[in-house]
Design a protein. Structure first.
Lengths: 443, 306, 542
């Protein structure tokens, strides 16, 4: 080295730098947006959809946070998660909420983080509060949070689904559903002036329909990227299931109009046409085969070459139908589309209203009529005898019937409609008793 | 031999001073000063000479209590070196002016004045006086970071004199000064001497030392090699130099004859260039050839050891 | 307020301080003496005495003017060099704070809570690096640049150098803190919604003593645990004889507000074991009891406002109502009682019992959960106290930093001080468990042994000399940690955000006083340590 002059040395360094630059450029050159452009890493990134902009909206603040943390993002996120747990244990919801925000600044493209925190807000935190409007506030927080998560991560199929669940399940099926469903249109927060919170109920529609919308989005996304929540066949049934929930909820609210009937009709078509005709690929021998839920024996024969294969495929379709409860929901849809079912529901609902007004005779008349109609429905669709919601409603009707007799000081007749069902499901009585009290005895 | 030196009381007494630098593990690394003994007397200008690394600055720092001696004693103005109270009467100009570069000249002097616990009025008066003495009145409001090296030296000297000290320690006082500044500095040192102050300076710029010092000590490798009055040291004992006007060859032959008569020989006829630089170089050379050799032409300092 | 302010015991704290400081001083002196004896032989003893006497002299001869000069120098240095940069960072942080706080949708009391703690935390964390860097780099830089040479060759005592540096850095940091505080205050006033404004206040609570009755009506120290990890609140069961009983002392008419009402505020929490009535919160009743006459008067039933707290204004003249039985209150028609005359005992005691009305449901409370709310102080006053707390913290950091920088180089001193601060802020609880020895798996060595052998913490260890010595070593380590624990300052005292963020005035006894005491306690040892180190070291930068 000593033999080289200072200038020669400088040139040697420069050459060294250039040589070292070559692999760096080859590896790390950023892409200009066109496919195939950029260095090796950039190509890999676009191949696996790992670029920030491939994932969804880029949040400038989280990008700058990462810069500020100089590679200590993991450590910082770890500390924040510890904080989150601490605040949760200490019930310091304000700080917990703020920490959630900080965490997603650091991990904006980590779908599980969105999922966990959305769930934590809508379910855990909400349940900690005593007042129902407060609970609703946190359910909304969870829902909005997941919606933001989807914006940042367009392909996170799970997130769409979980967002849908908050609208469908948390709002529509929790203990507080009576209040939550009201609040869904008339938010308790005075700042919305008695209307919906446009960030949560964005379309100002029923929560189940909103859930359905999210589930459809989840299904769309599922075509691009797999979900890992449940079997595909079940996963893709969720929009139709939400439509069923919507129709049932209308009945529970005492709405027996055309809209309800249309809701049932739509549920039936969602189930049998949209979902029932959807093609699922299932494992078959050593390969795969396509099936549909709504597959006729004829179609099964066409899809196979031998009698034996046809029988085997039929068993497979049957197994999938069982797994997804396909036939039950189809029956439910069919039955609810009938006038007699609708009347049965309506008469039972009205009986309850009369009962609450102490009009025992009117109530008795209505409930007896509804029981007869339920009996007709059950005769036509015996599968419904094992469906919880139907059984519950029938049992409630029976209990109302019995109760009116008791109050009137009359003996229960030896035979009455639904008696066999009541005897068969006697074990459920205690459980349904509570619901009965809440529905008919409390103000 | 000495006119004023021996009678005056010593301002600095150094006895057997040794400094060993150790490394991190406590192992001996360098013996920077070795068994140094010397006195500096009141009212004299004393020069410490030596090549780089000879232990001059280490000695000064030990005098000031910045470094602690490994062995030996120091008495400065009658007090131990670590006694802060002695600083009341000392002025110190460090090797490079280690001043706060964000202060202005005025603030600098005011700051050091405060360190002497001077009341505001005294500080103001001294500041004015010193600023004009070192000729930087025009730049009084400028921060030192804008100063040239020469100006920094001047303000350094000014701060050393803020307390009107009895003893002034100057470490390389003329380094970085232009010839004019050099002259000023030397004048100032002589001025200080006139005022009866004691000055200890160390330098490797020999001409400066020769011009202003009464006595010098030459250090080499941490050891004292030469100590004495400048004029006497420059007088060679077994040589006599005769300086005449231009002589003819005959005259030279005559002189040669006269010398022969007295048993002396004429070694060299030359133009006299002998000065401190020669002495210095000779001392350094001798130290390498004859380690342990020492020339002490001073009766006030007892020299012990080899 | 979700914590119990414990008043600071000044005499006890002082005693501890004396013990630890005295012990530390003795250790330092003994080590110095030994070092001198070893290096200098018998002469070392004389040197030691010299050192002591000159140190005493230095302390006595401190000159305010010299200290002032160093302080002023330090201040000028910081101003003219770099400290101002931090304001820029601060401004940017506040500008973008909206990113970190999703404020708009938050309920009002959350907004105040978040913003106030954000501002105080931001100020603390921003002033921390300034304090650390300035104080830890000052003296080492001074030594490295050799500018200190010029200073210490003047008649300045090194004690004065350390003191001046401490004061100077303290001053500049306090100034930085003040500017930040003003910016933070303005920011708060601007950011917080009109609706949330009333929460920017300083409640001045009068707390009582809390005891419990269990469901059978027998006295108990606490209620029951409903399974919370956080054991702060304990619960009473509804529609039983369980009661939470607060005893307030020194109550007279002055406790009433100008409308003659007693303002009782509570932070009860609710726990449902069954759904119960969804449409409303759990109900509670407050029952006033005169401890002398035994007169019991119940208030109306009210709903718990969980995590928000609610304020009940109790009029001075109350209908003479009884306690709720089966959710109904019996009222003696037309009769009234006087709150002060009939319900407060002559010695000024007032007893308030809280009853949970709903059967099968539980109501939780801790001591600070029910208090008499006297007129609020201004938010600004509480804010100022919080800033005072931060100022104390900054001063402490400066003291520690300057002391560390007298014997360490800048980066190392910064690291050391930062570690002290970090440990003092976060790890005291952990150290406490180590010191107490109450943790699974034994001391450090035992733990290592168990980990290596995959041994369950509950498994008995074999006996034998080896294990006895292992336990002894663990004990020694524990004692060592105890010592460290005593030396590491408790930074909790400086954090007054929990008061202010929850709308409470900062407690003087539990927070302001100890914060000042802690800083003062560290001042002298730091100063002496710094002086000692600067005194015994050579100022040559190597």
């Amino acid at each position: 080295m000593n033999r080289l002059s200072s200038q020669q040395r400088k040139f040697a360094y420069l050459a060294g730098i250039l040589v070292l630059l070559v692999p760096i450029i080859l590896l790390g050159m950023p892409s200009d947006g066109r496919p195939g452009s950029g260095g090796y890493l950039a190509q890999l990134r676009s191949e696996y959809d790992l670029g920030e902009s491939d994932l969804g909206q880029v949040d400038p603040s989280s990008a700058s946070m990462n810069l500020v943390l100089l590679g200590l993002r993991g450590v910082a996120a770890n500390l924040l998660w510890m904080d989150l747990e601490y605040y949760k244990d200490r019930k310091d919801w304000a700080q917990m909420r703020a920490t959630t925000e900080s965490i997603i600044r650091l991990q904006p493209h980590y779908a599980k983080v969105w999922e966990y925190n959305g769930w934590n807000l809508a379910f855990n935190t909400s349940a900690e509060w005593d007042a129902v409007p407060d609970r609703y506030y946190w359910v909304k927080e969870g829902g909005k949070f997941l919606a933001r998560g989807v914006e940042r991560n367009n392909d996170a199929t799970n997130l769409y689904y979980h967002a849908g669940r908050i609208h469908q399940q948390k709002v529509g099926q929790s203990d507080e559903k009576k209040y939550f469903r009201e609040y869904y249109f008339a938010d308790p927060d005075p700042k919305f002036g008695g209307t919906n919170d446009p960030e949560f109920n964005t379309d100002n529609i029923d929560n189940f329909l909103m859930g359905k919308k999210w589930f459809y989005a989840a299904n769309d996304s599922e075509l691009r990227r797999k979900q890992n929540i449940q079997d595909r066949t079940i996963f893709r049934s969720s929009p139709a299931r939400a439509q069923f929930d919507y129709a049932a909820a209308r009945q529970e609210d005492g709405k027996f109009d055309d809209e309800t009937r249309e809701a049932w009709a739509e549920a039936l078509s969602d189930w049998t046409v949209k979902y029932g005709q959807e093609v699922f690929t299932i494992p078959w021998d050593n390969g795969q085969v396509d099936i549909r839920m709504e597959m006729t024996p004829e179609e099964i024969r066409q899809a196979t070459t031998s009698e034996a294969d046809a029988a085997k495929l039929a068993r497979a379709v049957d197994a999938y139908q069982k797994m997804t409860n396909y036939r039950y929901w189809r029956t439910r849809g069919l039955s609810e589309a009938e006038q007699v079912t609708s009347d049965a529901h309506r008469e039972f609902y009205l009986a309850g209203e009369e009962y609450k007004q102490q009009n025992l005779n009117a109530a008795l008349k209505l409930v007896s009529s509804s029981m007869e109609k339920f009996e007709q429905v059950l005769k036509k669709y015996p599968e419904l005898r094992d469906e919880d919601r139907m059984v519950e409603e029938c049992m409630l009707a029976v209990m109302l019937f019995e109760n009116i007799h008791r109050l009137n000081g009359e003996r229960l007749p030896d035979e009455f409609p639904l008696k066999d069902l009541a005897d068969e499901k006697g074990g459920l009585r205690e459980q349904i008793e509570d619901q009965f009290k809440r529905r008919f005895l409390a103000g | 031999m000495s006119t004023s030196g021996s009678a005056a009381e010593p301002v600095i007494e150094i006895r057997n001073l040794t400094k060993v630098y150790r490394d991190f593990w406590g192992r001996r690394k360098v013996r920077a000063v070795n068994s140094l003994s010397l006195d500096v007397k009141k009212g004299e200008v004393f020069g410490l000479l030596g090549p780089n690394g000879s232990g001059k600055t280490t000695t000064i720092k030990m005098l000031l209590g910045l470094l602690f001696p490994t062995e030996g004693e120091i008495s400065i103005l009658g007090r131990p070196a670590t006694d802060v109270a002695k600083n009341e009467r000392i002025g110190y100009l460090p090797e490079e002016s280690y001043l706060y570069r964000f202060l202005t000249a005025e603030e600098t002097l005011d700051f050091y004045g405060r360190l002497f616990d001077m009341p505001a009025s005294v500080r103001k008066e001294r500041t004015e006086k010193l600023l004009s003495l070192v000729k930087i009145t025009h730049a009084r409001k400028r921060q030192l970071k804008e100063y040239s090296k020469g100006m920094t030296r001047r303000i350094g000297l000014a701060q050393a004199l803020i307390n009107d000290p009895d003893l002034v320690l100057l470490d390389e006082p003329t380094s970085g000064l232009d010839p004019l500044g050099n002259r000023d500095m030397k004048d100032l040192i002589l001025q200080l001497k006139e005022q009866g102050k004691t000055v200890l300076m160390c330098s490797h710029l020999l001409a400066d030392v020769q011009d202003v010092c009464d006595r010098i000590a030459i250090l080499y490798g941490g050891e004292l090699k030469v100590l004495g009055r400048v004029d006497e040291l420059l007088k060679s004992r077994d040589e006599t130099q005769i300086l005449t006007s231009k002589l003819s060859d005959d005259a030279i032959n005559e002189v040669r004859a006269v010398l022969q008569k007295h048993g002396a020989s004429l070694n060299q006829i030359d133009h006299p260039t002998s000065n401190l630089e020669d002495l210095f170089l000779k001392t350094v050379q001798e130290s390498v050839e004859r380690p342990g050799h020492r020339v002490i032409m001073d009766d006030t300092t007892r020299s012990r050891g080899a | 307020m979700d914590f119990e302010p414990t008043p600071y015991n000044i005499p006890l704290g002082f005693l501890y301080w004396l013990i630890v400081t005295g012990f530390g001083t003795i250790v330092v002196l003994v080590v110095t003496l030994l070092a001198l004896l070893i290096t200098r032989g018998t002469k070392g003893f004389g040197d030691f005495l010299n050192l002591l006497s000159s140190a005493a002299l230095d302390i006595v001869q401190i000159s305010p003017r010299r200290v002032g000069a160093i302080t002023r120098l330090t201040f000028l240095e910081a101003i003219r060099r770099r400290a101002l940069l931090v304001f820029v960072v601060f401004a940017i942080l506040f500008m973008f704070a909206g990113w970190f706080l999703s404020g708009g949708t938050l309920v009002p009391d959350f907004q105040v809570k978040l913003y106030v703690s954000f501002v105080l935390r931001a100020i603390a964390w921003l002033v921390l690096p300034v304090a650390l860097l300035l104080s830890c780099w000052g003296i080492p830089e001074d030594i490295k640049q050799r500018s200190l040479h010029t200073v210490v060759t003047k008649p300045v005592r090194r004690l004065e150098v350390v003191l001046g540096r401490m004061l100077g850095f303290g001053l500049i940091n306090t100034l930085v803190l003040l500017v930040m505080a003003v910016a933070g205050y303005v920011w708060l006033q601007q950011q917080i919604d009109e609706k949330a404004r009333p929460e920017l206040t300083c409640r001045r609570p009068v707390f009582g003593q809390l005891t419990f009755l269990d469901r059978e009506g027998k006295p108990a120290a606490t209620g029951i645990n409903v399974g919370d990890i956080w054991e702060y609140r304990s619960y009473i069961e509804g529609a039983t004889r369980a009661r939470a009983i607060w005893k307030f002392a020194g109550i007279d008419e002055s406790a009433l507000n100008k409308d003659g009402e007693l303002i009782l505020e509570n932070r009860f929490s609710a726990f449902r074991s069954h759904k119960g009535q969804m449409g409303r919160s759990l109900l509670y009743q407050l029952v006033f009891v005169n401890p002398e006459t035994g007169l019991r008067v119940g208030t109306q039933l009210r709903q718990v406002a969980e995590f928000r707290g609610r304020t009940d204004a109790i009029p001075r003249t109350l209908p003479k109502a009884g306690e709720a039985i089966g959710g109904k209150i019996t009222e003696e028609a037309g009769e009234t009682v006087d709150l002060i005359n009939d319900l407060v005992s002559p010695s000024g005691e007032l007893v308030v019992e809280a009853v949970c009305i709903d059967p099968g449901q539980y109501m939780g409370m801790a001591r600070p959960d029910l208090f008499i709310r006297t007129p609020d102080g201004s938010f600004l006053a509480g804010y100022a106290k919080s800033i005072l707390g931060l100022a104390m913290m900054v001063l402490l950091i400066v003291f520690l930093g300057v002391a560390a920088s007298t014997f360490l180089k800048g980066p190392v001193a910064t690291l050391l001080t930062f570690c002290l601060v970090l440990v003092g802020m976060t790890a005291r609880e952990f150290m406490m468990t180590i010191v107490s020895g109450r943790f699974e798996g034994g001391g450090p060595i035992e733990s290592v042994y168990r980990i290596v052998l995959h041994m369950n913490p509950t498994q008995e260890l074999p006996t034998g000399i080896a294990f006895q010595s292992m336990h002894l070593m663990d004990l020694a380590i524990r004692q060592f940690v105890w010592l460290i624990f005593q030396i590491i300052p408790n930074f909790d005292y400086f954090n007054m955000a929990p008061y202010l963020a929850n709308g409470f005035d900062v407690s003087f006894n539990a927070s302001v006083l100890p914060s000042i005491a802690v800083t003062l306690a560290f001042f002298l040892p730091c100063l002496l340590l710094g002086y000692f180190c600067l005194r015994v070291r050579e100022l040559e930068a190597k």
